[in-house]
Design a protein around this ligand. Structure first.
Ligand code: SF4
Length: 175
């Protein structure tokens, strides 16, 4: 049960500098990695890496349905949530996220844990959603280089200004 937490930062997402898109970094005193298999069993499209351990999943709210889909990544004693446009918005969603994690904790008996490890999509699979014009506007030499970075979770798909909305949505589904 998460009773105490500290918001360490609400700042720009590292791979989207200057965009005004924020993330929140929250630290918690307890190790919550025991929750990860239950989150993986409860949430569709979670990405779970048990060896780290680490889990990332889309979040649309707990007590209410949020207008947009946020992104939560958890390590044993750290939670990172994005993407916000203001710190007020961040604080509201942080509370929702903590309530959600505490719900998972208190309902572990009702949730079948899923220990399956997530496999990231290959750069080749990602490449088919990119324009493949090698225009370099993302700061990389080619679309393939961008696809490799995406597969390693080192860049956000929005960093490609040429991608179509449809392909952006498709990419977010597989990443
Ligand atoms: S900005 Fe997009 S289209 Fe241009 S090189 Fe980068 S990934 Fe390819």
């Amino acid at each position: 049960m998460i009773e105490n937490y500290e918001i360490k930062a609400i700042d720009n997402i590292v791979c989207l500098p200057g965009t005004g898109i924020l993330r929140a970094v929250i630290e918690i005193p307890e190790d919550i990695s025991y929750l990860f298999p239950y989150i993986n069993g409860h949430v569709s499209k979670a990405r779970y890496l048990p060896k780290l351990p680490w889990i990332r999943f889309p979040f649309e709210g707990f007590s209410k349905k949020l207008k947009i889909k946020y992104d939560i990544a958890c390590r044993p004693k750290q939670i990172i949530i994005g993407k916000f446009s203001s710190s007020e918005e961040a604080k509201e969603i942080i509370k929702e996220a903590i309530d959600f994690l505490n719900y998972i904790d208190s309902h572990k008996r009702d949730i079948e844990p899923n220990y399956k490890e997530w496999s990231p999509p290959s750069a080749i699979a990602i490449l088919k959603y990119l324009p493949q014009s090698n225009c370099k506007k993302c700061g990389l030499q080619s679309c393939m280089a961008f696809a490799v970075k995406l597969s390693q979770n080192e860049v956000e798909p929005e960093k490609c200004p040429e991608i179509t909305q449809e392909n952006l949505e498709n990419l977010k589904e597989i990443l």
